[in-house]
Design a protein around this ligand. Structure first.
Ligand code: BG6
Length: 507
């Protein structure tokens, strides 16, 4: 996340995409590169190499990606700008090869040497593993054996690892060990695409770029924090993946914990990647072990989402009819440090909820009521600061104001900042900053090995506990609702309640 006001293009380099024919390449990587070209943030000299198992020519690969890009742009009524496309596609090579065979990597090595010479790439290579996670260790190992990720090579050698990074603590540790056998930590970029969202990056600007918030960002002023990532979509075509994953693994140790880290970390001494990552790691260490009573799981039944009748999870394609996989999870986290002791962080995420809505809501402590005792004011609403992650990106501050008139009555009102009212938002798929940062070697928005392991370590007891106890009453929430009632009980035990899951367009 470069803090420079004038960003400059990254150095010349080759980007090697494993999984060149995959969904991620088509939907996100190529459109992100195209968007970087719009803002002159592509390397001046760039070679794109696609590696995948099927046979096709480089021209066919380029043509297919271009067609798909046209479809992506058409959604915004845009057509491909040929000049920009040429910048992305001026040197595209497809290399057909099996990810498991050493020969693929030898041919890749020869190709890289040839392109480096022809295009003066300075030996810089970014390897992007846009493949199913079962290939991560294999590809990293084979790259290592072929001498392709040698840290002492001329130029940089970096590796992007997509999600999921492991399925539990043991597999995350094993994967880290595998990567670290061949690469140094600063060559590895573990992506969490939530950190590519502008609104998530803005949390740091809000907290540390203003004198106003930091002094009240603690247990003296804050009652609790609610973090919601609600989705209205179901598991769609990903039944097989989801059956092996579930909501907890899919969303919590990565996306939700990153939101917690951004909200709860101590101020770093600089925006240097290491300083920020050290503060996040410290925060993870302060989170108390989770017990099963701190967590609620749910699974969606049939229902109506935005006027559409939808099926129960157990009826989705590739899902077992008696599946016990959770599609919803809510939890209470306790962060035991001087800033947050006694301030619970409540987290929830789920599929097939009423709407798509992600936010971090900070509830401030109640004002004393004594002053209003002899007035018609019956109760005081608490103040809230709401950071909207998506879709209506912005910030709201809710507080009490006097309703005009001779009698003292209070009403909760809201001050609103909407991103779109202030800033022109350049077209983005959310991967632009992440890819650019890898190209310039800024690891701020990427996860370090210890962070990933700490996050898995925290959810591990829950995963284990759930495995040995069958969920009761599954399915336990209707599609289109706000989740299972047990999630309400979790907060009710603490005398609190969830905010309604809704679009913040209105008051
Ligand atoms: C992915 C999960 O990492 O994040 C998906 O695997 C989820 O299940 C997605 O739908 C949510 O991301 P976004 O950017 O659409 O909010």
């Amino acid at each position: 996340m470069s803090m420079l006001s004038h960003k400059s293009p990254p150095p010349p380099c080759a980007i090697v995409i494993f999984g060149a024919n995959g969904d991620l390449t088509k939907r996100l990587i190529i459109p992100a590169l195209y968007n970087l070209a719009r803002t002159q943030l592509l390397p001046v000299s760039l070679s794109l190499i696609g590696v995948d198992h099927n046979k096709k020519t480089s021209e066919e690969w380029a043509a297919q990606l271009k067609d798909f890009l046209a479809q992506v742009l058409a959604k915004n009524n845009e057509e491909i700008d040929e000049t920009l496309w040429r910048q992305v596609a001026r040197c595209m090579t497809f290399l057909s090869g099996d990810f498991e065979k050493p020969d693929t990597y030898q041919r890749l090595k020869d190709l890289l040497a040839e392109l480096d010479e022809k295009q003066s790439l300075g030996g810089n290579v970014l390897f992007y593993m846009a493949v199913a996670d079962r290939f991560f260790a294999t590809i990293a190992g084979k790259l290592g054996e072929a001498g392709l990720v040698d840290a002492s090579a001329k130029g940089f050698r970096r590796l992007i690892v997509e999600k999921p990074f492991g399925h539990d603590l043991a597999s995350a540790k094993a994967l880290n060990a595998c990567l670290l056998k061949w690469l140094k930590e600063d060559q590895i970029y573990r992506i969490d695409h939530f950190l590519g969202k502008e609104t998530v990056q803005n949390i740091m600007a809000l907290r540390f770029g203003n004198g106003l918030f930091e002094p009240i960002w603690n247990r003296d002023r804050i009652d609790h924090v609610q973090i919601t990532v609600a989705e209205s979509i179901g598991v769609e075509t990903r039944g097989k993946f989801y059956e092996a994953t579930g909501a907890l693994r899919d969303m919590v140790p990565n996306h939700l914990f990153q939101l917690v880290a951004m909200t709860a970390m101590e101020p770093p001494v600089s925006f240097d990647a290491e300083d920020i990552r050290a503060k996040k790691a410290e925060m993870f260490r302060a989170i108390q072990p989770l017990g099963l009573t701190d967590v609620v799981r749910g699974q969606y039944d049939a229902g109506t989402v935005q006027d559409e009748q939808v099926a129960a999870y157990r009826r989705e394609p590739n899902v077992a009819p008696d599946s016990n996989i959770e599609t919803y999870v809510a939890m209470r986290l306790k962060i035991d440090n001087w800033r947050w002791a006694g301030v619970p962080f409540y987290l929830r995420t789920g599929k097939r909820l009423n709407i798509r809505s992600s936010e971090i809501a900070i509830r401030f402590k109640q004002a004393p009521y004594a002053l209003f005792r002899d007035t018609p004011v019956e109760e005081l609403d608490a103040d809230w600061l709401i950071l909207r992650i998506q879709p209506d990106e912005g910030i709201r501050l809710r507080f009490n104001a006097k309703r005009p008139g001779p009698v003292m009555t209070l009403e909760s009102v809201s001050m609103r900042f909407n991103y779109k009212d202030y800033f022109h938002q350049a077209p983005a798929v959310g991967y632009e900053t992440l890819i650019y940062d890898c190209l310039i070697g800024d690891a701020t928005l990427f996860q370090r090995a210890d962070q990933v392991e700490a996050a898995w370590g925290l959810v591990e007891p829950v995963l284990e506990g759930w495995q040995s106890t069958k969920p009761r009453h599954f399915p336990n929430y209707a599609a289109g609702s706000e989740g299972p009632s047990a999630a309400n009980d979790l907060l009710a035990k603490d005398g609190r309640s969830w905010r309604a899951i809704r679009i913040l367009g209105g008051k």
